[in-house]
Design a protein around this ligand. Structure first.
Ligand SMILES: *[C@@H]1O[C@H](CO)[C@@H](O)[C@H](O)[C@H]1NC(C)=O
Ligand SMILES: *[C@@H]1O[C@H](CO)[C@@H](O)[C@H](O)[C@H]1NC(C)=O
Length: 341
């Protein structure tokens, strides 16, 4: 970024301005003409030396912007605790999709797990790695079920609206990111309105959706995931031995048959239009501890291990006997730290 600015306002622009002034001495006899000349030279220089000059004022659509593989991997590894499956699946899925010049369909990821396990965080990492402005990009759209689609009686209206929004945005730029939060609170059936966009079509009425990304976030399936992790623990196996295949079908079947999952009898699942079901495992004591330490470092505070232990112990853990998993994941860590710092 700094380098590009240098191009526009830096040496070359200055050079052209000097040439102009040298050959047209009359312009500096009059301040207004001089002003206009300077402005014109600056803008012209900008456009000539850097065609994306206007992208400074208004974000440009950049469907070809390459993904920095190293940065994505580092983000997923360093900012995420206890999620070996999500780390790997999100990395492979996003990298594969972004490196494919001609995808057959848009990428659809469904993230599942209890609150505080990092689902929102994962979508933020994806947005940050695809768009320069990250979550603030005008090509990133977050739909929260209870906020955008609160009334069951208006589901037809919501369907039309959603259709229009997605179509409108993708018409303007092929690379959009649509995130649907609280899928489990979404009216069953609403999500089927976007099925055509997720399917294997070249284009629909001249618009191609194949370069966009759809992410669904949901607590549904969290109980199934917990059960599986607990099973592993009881059998004396390492959590890291859990593989995607142990969970993927459990989740997809579970949410398809669950009326409160947002995917109840959804054709998205029926027709295999979700590319990856990404499980977020419940967090254990040691992961919460890592979250607390990371949060302290993020705030620039020295890491006080006594306080770390204190905050970590204050979280509540379930199931009743085993007390293995934090029931809010890392969600309230930040608020608890506010209280002590
Ligand atoms: C990719 O990201 C890494 C780590 O953040 C950084 O060191 C590297 O310079 C980046 N590469 C490009 C081409 O931007
Ligand atoms: C793009 O999506 C947003 C919602 O995120 C909506 O408000 C806007 O109207 C859409 N733009 C177009 C051109 O449809």
């Amino acid at each position: 970024m700094a380098v590009e600015r240098e191009w526009v306002f830096g040496t070359r622009g200055l050079h052209r301005l000097l040439v102009l002034l040298f050959f047209c001495p009359h312009v500096y006899t009059e301040p207004i003409t001089l002003g206009i000349a300077v402005a014109t030279a600056a803008v012209l220089t900008g456009y000539l030396s850097y065609p994306r000059f206007h992208c400074y004022w208004s974000e440009c659509c950049e469907p070809e912007r390459p993904l920095n593989q190293t940065a994505l991997q580092a983000d997923l590894r360093q900012k995420f605790f206890g999620q070996h499956l999500a780390q790997e699946v999100v990395y492979r899925a996003v990298l594969g999709f972004m490196s494919n010049k001609n995808p057959k369909k848009p990428l659809a990821l469904s993230l599942h797990g209890w609150t505080g396990t990092g689902k929102n965080f994962a979508s933020k990492i994806i947005a940050d790695n695809i768009y320069e402005l990250g979550f603030n990009s005008k090509f990133v759209h977050l739909f929260v079920a209870t906020h955008h689609f609160p009334h069951d009686s208006k589901v037809h209206q919501y369907k039309d609206q959603l259709h229009m929004w997605i179509r409108g945005n993708v018409t303007q730029c092929p690379r959009n990111l649509f995130i649907f939060d609280e899928m489990d609170k979404m009216h069953p059936g609403l999500i089927d309105a976007i099925k055509p966009f997720l399917d294997y079509y070249d284009n629909i009425d001249g618009v191609s959706y194949r370069n966009s990304i759809f992410i669904f976030l949901s607590n549904a399936g969290g109980d199934l995931i917990t059960r599986k992790v607990l099973e592993f623990w009881t059998a004396g196996k390492q959590r890291e031995e859990l593989q995607l295949k142990d969970l993927e079908s459990v989740i997809s079947l579970g949410i398809f048959n669950n009326q409160k999952s947002g995917f109840w009898h959804s054709s998205l699942i029926d027709k295999n239009l979700i590319d990856f079901f990404v499980p977020f495992l419940p967090l254990e004591y040691k992961h919460v501890k890592q979250c607390v330490i990371a949060e302290m470092q993020h705030r620039g505070n020295p890491v006080d291990m006594e306080l770390v232990d204190k905050v970590t112990r204050e979280m509540t853990y379930y199931p009743k006997e085993e007390k293995l998993f934090s029931d809010k994941g890392c969600k309230t860590v930040s608020a608890k730290l506010d209280f002590y710092l």
